[in-house]
Every structure is written in C-alpha cells, then in structure tokens.
Write a protein that binds this ligand. Structure first.
Ligand SMILES: Cc1cc2nc3c(=O)[nH]c(=O)nc-3n(C[C@H](O)[C@H](O)[C@H](O)COP(=O)(O)OP(=O)(O)OC[C@H]3O[C@@H](n4cnc5c(N)ncnc54)[C@H](O)[C@@H]3O)c2cc1C
Ligand SMILES: NC(=O)c1ccc[n+]([C@@H]2O[C@H](COP(=O)([O-])OP(=O)(O)OC[C@H]3O[C@@H](n4cnc5c(N)ncnc54)[C@H](OP(=O)(O)O)[C@@H]3O)[C@@H](O)[C@H]2O)c1
Length: 284
C-alpha cells in the first residue's frame, strides 16, 4: 500500500547498523509533531505476528545506578502500524522528565531501540461481537492503536461504518490523526481491497478542549448533549448495532465506560467478546 504513514515521508533512514542491544530494532524514520508528540518507525522482527490494536514493550538501555550495569528500560507502546506493514510505527508522547521519553524523543534514523516481540491487548476485533458501526474513542496518544486498526482492511469488512473521535487539548495535537485519515481515504490499495466508496464509511470527528478549532469540547460532553450524533447524523449507540473501542487517560476511560454501559453496551475481552473494549493510553 502506498503513502500509508504520516511518518515515512519525513526522513531518510541511515544504513541499519549491526544490532547490539537485546531485541534490537533499527529506527528508520522519525517525525516530530509538537514539542510533546512525535512518531517513529522501526524495522520489524521477522518472527513478529500481532493483531492490529495490540501493544508491545519497547525501550532503551540505561545504566543501573547501584550496579553500574546497563539494563533495559521498557514501557508499553501501542503498535500504530497495521499488521500487514513491513515496519512498525509508534506514536509517542515526550515527557520532559520521563525516564524513557526524555531520551526516546531524541532518536534518529539508524539508532536502535529494544522491542520485546510479545504483543498483547484488548483493542482487537476478536474481543468484540459482530456489529454494524464501530466507534473508536481516543484522547491524546490513545489514537495509536486506532491508527493500526484503521489501516487494517478487516475493520471495513467487519463494519459498515467506522467513526473515529479524537479529543486533544490543542489543534497541533490532531495533526497525526488528520493526516492518517487523509492517507487512508486516498489509499488506492485499500479501496481495491475493500471496494469503491469505502472512504465514505470512515468518519472522523476531531475535537479540541483548550485551543479554538472547528469543533470544541470533550467528546463525553458532546455525546451527553447529543451534539456528536446530530453532527454525524447517526443515532446514539445501541447494543444491537454499535461496537466501541476506547483508549485515553484513566478519567476519560472511566467516564466513557459508564456512558457506554448506560447505552446498554457491555465490556468484552479476548476470552469473552462483547460490545465494547477499553485500554489505558498511559498509566496515570
Ligand atoms: C497499554 C499501554 C499502551 C501505551 N501506549 C503508548 C503509546 O502508544 N504512546 C505513548 O506515548 N505512550 C504509551 N503508553 C505510555 C508509555 O508506556 C509511557 O508511560 C510513556 O512512554 C512515558 O514514559 P516515560 O518513562 O517517559 O514516563 P513515565 O514515567 O512512564 O510517565 C510519566 C508521566 O507522564 C504522563 N504520561 C505518560 N505517558 C503519557 C501519554 N502517552 N500521554 C500523556 N501523558 C503521558 C503520565 O502522567 C505519567 O505518570 C502506553 C501505556 C500503556 C499502559
Ligand atoms: N497537552 C498539553 O499541552 C500539555 C502540556 C504540558 C503538560 N501536559 C501534561 O501531560 C499530561 C497528559 O496531557 P495530554 O493533553 O496528553 O492528555 P490528557 O490530559 O489526557 O488530555 C487529552 C484530552 O482528553 C480530554 N479529557 C481529559 N479527561 C477527560 C474526561 N474525563 N472525559 C473526556 N475528555 C477528557 C482533555 O480535555 P481537557 O482539556 O478538558 O482536560 C484533552 O482534550 C497531563 O498530566 C498534563 O498536565 C499536557
């Protein structure tokens, strides 16, 4: 597929070096969006199989202060690329005093990161019962697993309509998502696989809360007021037709979970698929 990634066009990869880290993968591209957000692509281990929407542990080596020995510093990261992609893409926060991202934000093509090839997670198609409309509710970097699912043809063969909502504080924090949606809608290979007009079945609803944009407000408030349903011309969620995946901060996840339960949807899991699934975008 062509031009699927907002990252690829940004930087030329240095020639990969011989891996020196345990589970090392080589960075092939990096793109910075704001002073708090960036994305990057790395080589994919030949043996790594994952389901779109899953996460893995990635990181860098760091010196243990007591022993002086180098040891891995790992954090959970959603894979943002789809399962068919030759490389892996990640979308990351930069926490200025964060143990990992204070350093990870400086990676460049040719550098190595550690990637433990054990994907897990609940934001997968297998954890939902069949439905007609799939809602993907994200805040901040919570869009990452949906960037994977939205590039997976199965998402459009399983559902008649797919709605991505993305709420961020500022307009610049929406760039990764808006470019992603644009690239999917114009992807000829996806259209060939799924059928003409598939792009019309993908709806995108970005909102900001602290900087002016065409649609302002928390998605939860816009659902309570009914504005989001009016804007999109769809009915509020119902368990017979609607399925939902949620990924954001803990307070957002809890709030929207309670709302989904009120609509009559029940939380699913890999072992017991139901109408919605939730995963934290980070540990608060
Ligand atoms: C299942 C899961 C999947 C995750 N996927 C991603 C991902 O795809 N991209 C990503 O950037 N992070 C993701 N995270 C968070 C990630 O694991 C790290 O917390 C993050 O990389 C920061 O690491 P750190 O060591 O710099 O700081 P940490 O010590 O881990 O975090 C410091 C503080 O920064 C804030 N913070 C951490 N992560 C975020 C974030 N993503 N957005 C806003 N604030 C944050 C929190 O307040 C946290 O207490 C995920 C976490 C979980 C549990
Ligand atoms: N984004 C920034 O510019 C920025 C800058 C410096 C530091 N930080 C710190 O970084 C951390 C993460 O910030 P973040 O902006 O990435 O993520 P965040 O705080 O999770 O906010 C992301 C979006 O989710 C919304 N949201 C939060 N709780 C919600 C809820 N219960 N229901 C519905 N929507 C909800 C926020 O709206 P509201 O705006 O209404 O909360 C915001 O639009 C925070 O601790 C923050 O203090 C962020």
């Amino acid at each position: 597929m062509t031009e699927m990634s907002p990252v690829t066009q940004s930087s030329a990869a240095k020639a990969p070096r011989t891996p020196t880290l345990p589970d090392a993968q080589t960075v092939t591209a990096v793109r910075h969006y704001t002073d708090r957000l960036f994305s990057f692509r790395v080589t994919r281990p030949a043996s790594l199989r994952f389901r779109s929407g899953e996460f893995v542990m990635i990181g860098l080596m760091q010196k243990d202060e007591k022993t002086g020995r180098e040891k891995p510093l790992l954090r959970a990261y959603s894979i943002a690329s789809p399962s068919w992609d030759d490389e892996l893409e990640f979308y990351s926060i930069k926490v200025q005093d964060g143990p990992l991202t204070s350093r990870l934000q400086h990676i460049e093509p040719g550098d190595e990161i550690i990637l433990r090839p054990k994907p897990v997670g609940t934001l997968v198609h297998d954890a939902l019962l069949p439905g007609k409309r799939l809602w993907l509710f994200a805040t901040g970097t919570g869009i990452a697993p949906f960037a994977s699912l939205l590039r997976d043809p199965q998402t459009y063969t399983d559902y008649e309509e797919v709605i991505l909502t993305h709420t961020c504080r500022e307009v610049g924090e929406l760039t990764y998502g808006s470019e992603l949606i644009e690239s999917i809608r114009s992807d000829e290979m996806l259209e060939e696989l799924i059928g003409e007009g598939f792009a019309d079945r993908l709806r995108y609803y970005p909102t900001t809360t602290r900087e002016e944009s065409p649609k302002m407000g928390r998605i939860t408030d816009l659902m309570r007021s009914g504005e989001v349903f009016d804007d999109l011309g769809v009915k509020p969620l119902e368990p017979g037709t609607d399925r939902a995946m949620v990924c954001g901060n803990l307070a957002f996840n809890l709030e929207i979970k309670a709302m989904l339960e009120e609509y009559g949807l029940r939380e699913g899991a890999n072992s017991e698929p139901k109408e919605y699934v939730v995963e934290k975008a980070f540990l608060d």
